[in-house]
Design a protein around this ligand. Sequence first.
Ligand code: SF4
Length: 557
Amino acid sequence: MSSDTTTPVRGARTRTARVPTKPHGQWLVDGTEPLNANEEFKAADDGLNVRARIEEVYAAGGFSSIDPTDLHGRFRWWGLYTQRKPGIDGGRTAQLEPHELEDEFFMLRVRVDGGQLTTAQLRVIGEISTAYARDTADLTDRQNIQLHWVRIEDVPEIWRRLEGVGLSTTEACGDVPRVVLGSPVAGIAADELIDPTPQIREIADRFIGDPTLANLPRKYKTAITGHPSQDVVHEINDCGFVAVEHPELGIGYDLWVGGALAAVPRLGERLGAFVAPERVADVWHGVTQIFRDYGYRRLRNKARLKFLLADWGPERFREVLETEYLDEPLPDGPPAPRPQGQGDHVGVHRQRDGRFYVGAAPLVGRVSGTTLTGLADLAEQHGSGRIRTTPYQKLLVLDVPEERVPSLVVGLDALGLSARPSLFRRGTIACTGIEFCKLAIVETKVNAAEAIRALEERLGALEPEIGRPITLHVNGCPNSCARIQVADIGLKGQLVTIDGAQVPGYQVHLGGGLAGVDREEAGLGRTVRGLKVPADGIADYAERVIRRYLADRADGE
Ligand code: SF4
């Protein structure tokens, strides 16, 4: 894919020389010679191989025995990141070397494909948290559960316990296929078009931990839903499958590729192809191999699949997929279906088998090991053996008999998991932030939780008028782990100048959103230049926006 640039040659009036631009580092075009330090360490040794060293060397030798390239590179392939040293304020994030910000403890990410957990699995995560992670646990907006304060010495035992109940941290981070997002109501919703669980399982079983896919140019995110609310934020995933009904071929999936946020956000695009359920895993494999083989590897900040899609366009992408990676072409699909209904699944809902599922909102995804263990007990006491996590940092308890629902709701409240949350609590998510993240400039979860409480107090009486959750997404740095560009109000952590002083705060993005019940299609929010919010000013700002929205909105908006 190298292109030529025409540049004048000195001394020649009419001649031009064609100077090739630098290669993008696409394996199938430019060769596999590593072009930067990240590519070098990945080529030198498969990230998956670090597991043996953790079990055989580092767990016994302690933090100081860890090879730095493993520590800062390959550990991610098993869901491990060093966490931020406490007490370093956000103003110093950019001034210090990464190792100066780094603690000897780890964040451990447990992948939960499709967000599907049994209560036995949830209990094990809770028990690991209390035994080895200082009772920490965060529900992420990718349906994972993250623990903190983990010591390398304890990691083998944690894996043993997780794997004993069918969970893992395999490829939870790193340049690999990350957790597969799945509809939290897969297999239970009365209005579901198709249960995507078999497709999620097949992808996870066949390809997670596959060494041939363990060196991708960057992270690679997947989302699959069979629910009409399109509840898996597929527009911002590298590869998405959204249920659709084909007039002749029945129910299958609409294929999306190339979505991702971060500093250069881009919404995914439809390839216009219909994927029958039995072909999903092979099509996913084809898209993933395109990324591996043609993805850009020279510059890390240009390596996500979205950049390749931007250059190729959906037609060429589909042609390469069909001609080079699939046994036969894909049929054309019908037009994209419009999302129906609210996709966060909070509240009490009847399942198609007559039982109920109850969606509950912790505060900004923060729970604890004790809470997770308590939730497993509570669910079982109410006849349920299944829990789901959601891409909105929420939790669902499935299969509850109707007569047990009121008691479950009361029990959830007692655990700090509200099934009747305010619109503000329901619509707010926050990334890890400065408490644990080495890249963070500002606190997120505590500030967002305080903002929720303040908004409940100040605007609670206006909730009927507001009518729907106002999405407030809070990030601790310019990355977009909390999806700031697709929120009504997105707050990006950075240093801001307030009264002449540089302090940690937030840059405001306004008006983004994913397609949904009140929005025809996804759109990226607008950066409001010059509009900065101090770290303790979230509630004041959100209140002003919401009051203004109520005063100025058009009829029916
Ligand atoms: Fe860390 Fe930034 Fe991601 Fe927040 S958005 S978790 S601060 S990298």
